[in-house]
Design a protein around this ligand. Structure first.
Ligand code: SF4
Length: 430
């Protein structure tokens, strides 16, 4: 007979993450003055709650469903299952358990997977080789990059996990949203057959509505960032990235964003910048933050007076999904959201949209510069920095710093080098 611990261990990454998150939350609560870093306190609390819930469900024997972060997490809530985002495992490990994820990157590299693929998948692939993960099924869009498409078959071929692919079209127009909506529906039905459940669309609707509600709060917070000084601490973007994946469609995400918004409104009223230093530079990080060392966010706030207005996980907004009509309408809205989701919007079409977004953000948010953490894995992005740099210079007159990095592996570019590059760049702006 399978005992509870064995069942829980099927979700072993959640056990690792829970222990690290709980310890970090305790430290934050005991060491930092109250309300010193609201987004960190709220984010850790929310994640601890989500991780505990997932372990509890794994212990009850519910199926474990792996999914790509590019499929909005709340879509999986059509099932009673343990959703586990493949990419978030690697990135969360790298963020809260230093020197842990590297072992798994090395395992999969030594197995023969190309070194220049994305660490987002490589961590979970390496953990699979070490039998630390287990999935009843995996579902992923054929997006946002070739790298994703080339990495996921590993799980099907080597580990024999059933793999469901949702074909995402290249164009982002009405016909494409309709097509992808049908793909999501087909994929959820296929997933249901594999795990022996009917998709519960009423339950899905409830979680989508919760996400719609959070979307309004996120948008309000986004608008507040136009204020000078920005009333939102840099760390809110880091925790916001985690909330996007782990807390989607859940009350924890509502609480997180309402708490961060409340703190931002208080700061706005007081006219102060977080960290006790004057805001000197307003930066937009158009892709990702340095997940392997998020203390960089605080360092920028407190030592350089540099605001991170937002990163790729915190500037993509779509209209609320309409749940009041028929299922076709709901799936159309889900497709639209899915195709405009972080990295999908930027990487699955021509770059005009991305460049236009950047120019508009630079103007609307009074940005002084852009910072682009460029990964060797994102090959589809290889040509963009130069084009974007020229566009920003011509249209807004601001520069962009490119840092070659792996955001979840400090061995490529370490945090000391990152800080040096940003410090030198900042001198040219002041
Ligand atoms: S777009 Fe880049 S960062 Fe995102 S999954 Fe693909 S390779 Fe990784």
């Amino acid at each position: 007979m399978v005992n509870r611990e064995e069942l829980e261990n099927r979700a072993f990454p959640y056990k690792m993450l829970l222990e690290a998150t709980a310890t970090m939350r305790e430290l934050v609560e005991r060491i930092l003055p109250p309300k010193a870093l609201p987004s960190l306190e709220l984010g850790l609390k929310g994640m601890e709650s989500v991780f505990s819930d997932c372990i509890e469900k794994a212990g009850e024997g519910l199926p474990i469903v792996g999914y790509h972060f590019a499929l909005p997490s709340e879509f999986i809530s059509a099932f009673d299952c343990v959703p586990q985002c493949m990419e978030a495992i690697s990135f969360m490990l790298s963020a809260i358990l230093p020197n842990t994820a590297e072992k798994y990157y090395d395992l999969i590299n030594n197995y023969g997977h190309p070194y220049h693929t994305c660490s987002a998948q490589k961590g979970t692939m390496g953990m699979s080789l070490d039998n630390l993960t287990d999935f009843d099924a995996i579902i992923t869009p054929t997006a946002p990059c070739d790298n994703t498409c080339a990495s996921y078959p590993f799980f099907e071929l080597k580990k024999k996990y059933p793999l469901i692919l949702l074909d995402m079209p290249y164009k982002h127009d009405e016909a494409a949203f309709e097509y992808y909506g049908n793909e999501i529906r087909r994929g959820l039905e296929e997933l249901g057959k594999i795990i022996g459940q009917e998709p519960d669309y009423k339950k899905l609707k409830k979680h989508i509505e919760l996400e719609n509600q959070v979307g309004k709060t996120m948008l309000e917070l986004f608008e507040l960032k136009k204020a000078i000084p920005c009333p939102v601490e840099n760390m809110a973007s880091a925790l916001g990235s985690a909330a996007q994946i782990y807390m989607a469609g859940r009350q924890e995400k509502v609480d997180f964003y309402e708490g961060v918004l409340k703190a931002a409104k208080e700061r706005l009223k007081a006219g102060v910048h977080h960290g006790g230093m004057e805001e000197k530079i307003r930066s937009i990080w158009l892709y990702m933050l340095t997940f392997f060392d998020l203390s960089l966010c605080e360092w920028l706030d407190r030592f350089l007076g540099m605001t991170i207005l937002f990163d790729v996980f915190n500037y993509n907004f779509t209209e609320p999904i309409d749940t009041t009509k028929d299922l076709d309408t709901m799936f159309y809205g889900m497709a639209k959201k899915g195709m405009e989701f972080p990295m999908n919007r930027q990487s699955t079409q021509f770059y005009y949209t991305f460049i236009e977004d950047c120019i508009r953000f630079a103007k609307d948010f009074s940005a002084d510069c852009f910072i682009y953490t460029s990964s060797i894995a994102c090959k589809q992005f290889g040509a963009v920095p130069q084009i974007l740099r020229e566009a920003l210079k011509d249209e807004v007159g601001i520069p962009m710093l490119v840092i070659d990095i792996d955001v979840a592996d400090p061995r490529i570019t370490n945090i000391k080098t990152v800080k040096e590059k940003i410090s030198v760049f900042a001198q040219t702006l002041l």
